[in-house]
Design a protein around this ligand. Structure first.
Ligand code: HPA
Ligand code: ZN
Length: 337
């Protein structure tokens, strides 16, 4: 079995995926047409040509615009279902997806319309494709904490269906400290806590996410490597980092995948996972991220196996559920190493 086949077939989980970032241009066009919404591009090719970004904000501008064609519950369902069909082909057995309620409520779409469409597709994915899942809702950090509190309120009636809250959107100038109070309330309500930190922002934001928000997972976190004390802390606590290599490349967080410091991070004892972030925009789904990194920095089957195990260990599954998946990874590895 080639390394590529090994990567595509090994059982794995995805822990950092914005469902609005899985919205492929073809489907965007189709939904825009049926909702009679004008978009500023004339063709799928034109859309794809616009996917050249110099930084996070340039991407976010296009990402929020793309999400603007989602109006009805079915639109959210279709977008989510398309993602599930994609990952099903590459043996992703569990996924923990983000959605951005405020991206929709801010343009007059009801929280429940967006949530129900996503939720129903995830339930169908579990039943028809056997993909288990968790849903995490993210607060947009460029908005204020009052808006985050309103979003948390809207989520309360779906509390049993939403595992956690996160923090995304433009990082620089919007430190975790801005959202201390709403994260505290979310913790009291029983939500798991995660936050994007140290993607473009400094290591200081990772400290804040840990100490002020009390997160149990850091999304990205690559800039932690600038701070030795922080690395030691993350390693000691086995705090999972949900790394997204193709995202980092497309958003110019790194210049070349050959410089991806994954081996250094692992050598320092960090709990690393690989993820796709916004696959429709960044050039590949989960396995493509594994594959491109593997080729760039020469990962072995054993390295891939460890990363696949980490993806389940760092999930919000129960310990018993994790063990079932870890056994599947182990059997696959023993048969195909
Ligand atoms: N970073 C921050 N916010 C986001 C991202 C990201 O990569 N994708 C969607 N929202
Ligand atoms: Zn992200």
């Amino acid at each position: 079995m080639t390394l590529k086949e090994f990567i595509y077939q090994i059982p794995k989980a995805e822990l950092h995926l914005h469902i609005e970032g899985s919205f492929e241009p073809e489907l965007m066009f189709e939904i825009a047409k049926r909702n009679k919404i004008e978009i500023k591009f004339n063709s799928v090719e034109e859309v794809k040509a616009a996917y050249e970004f110099n930084n996070l904000q340039e991407f976010l501008d296009i990402y929020y615009e793309g999400a603007g064609v989602l109006i009805h519950e079915k639109d959210f369902y279709d977008m989510t279902w398309a993602y599930l069909e994609k990952i099903h082909q590459e043996n992703v057995l569990h996924t923990e997806i983000f959605f951005d309620p405020q991206t929709h409520t801010d343009r007059g779409i009801d929280f429940d319309v967006a949530f129900n469409g996503i939720y129903k597709a995830m339930e169908d994915g579990k039943e028809k494709l056997g993909i288990s899942y968790k849903i995490i809702m993210c607060f947009l950090r460029h908005l204020d904490e009052v808006s985050a509190f309103e979003t948390l309120d809207s989520a309360l009636k779906h509390k049993d269906k939403i595992i956690g809250v996160g923090l995304d959107s433009g990082e620089l100038g919007n430190p975790p400290s801005k959202f201390q109070n709403v994260f505290k309330k979310a913790a009291q309500e029983g939500f798991e806590l995660v936050a994007h930190a140290g993607e473009e922002g400094p290591a200081e934001y990772v400290w804040e996410a840990l100490d002020l928000l009390n997160v149990s997972r850091i999304d990205h976190g690559n800039r932690s490597m600038d701070d030795e004390k922080l690395v030691a802390r993350l390693a000691k606590e086995q705090m999972p980092l949900t790394l997204c290599p193709l995202s980092n490349l497309k958003l110019c967080v790194i210049d070349d995948l050959k410089d991806y410091p994954l081996k250094e991070m692992i050598a320092k004892g960090l709990m690393c996972t690989l993820n796709s972030d916004d696959p429709a925009y960044f050039g590949g789904y989960l396995s493509q991220n594994y594959e491109d990194v593997a080729n760039a920095i020469d990962l072995s089957k054993e390295d891939i196996y460890e990363l696949a195990k980490n993806s389940f260990k760092a999930s919000y599954l129960t310990e018993a559920e994790k063990q079932v998946y870890l056994n599947k990874v182990e059997s696959f590895y023993q048969e195909n190493k």
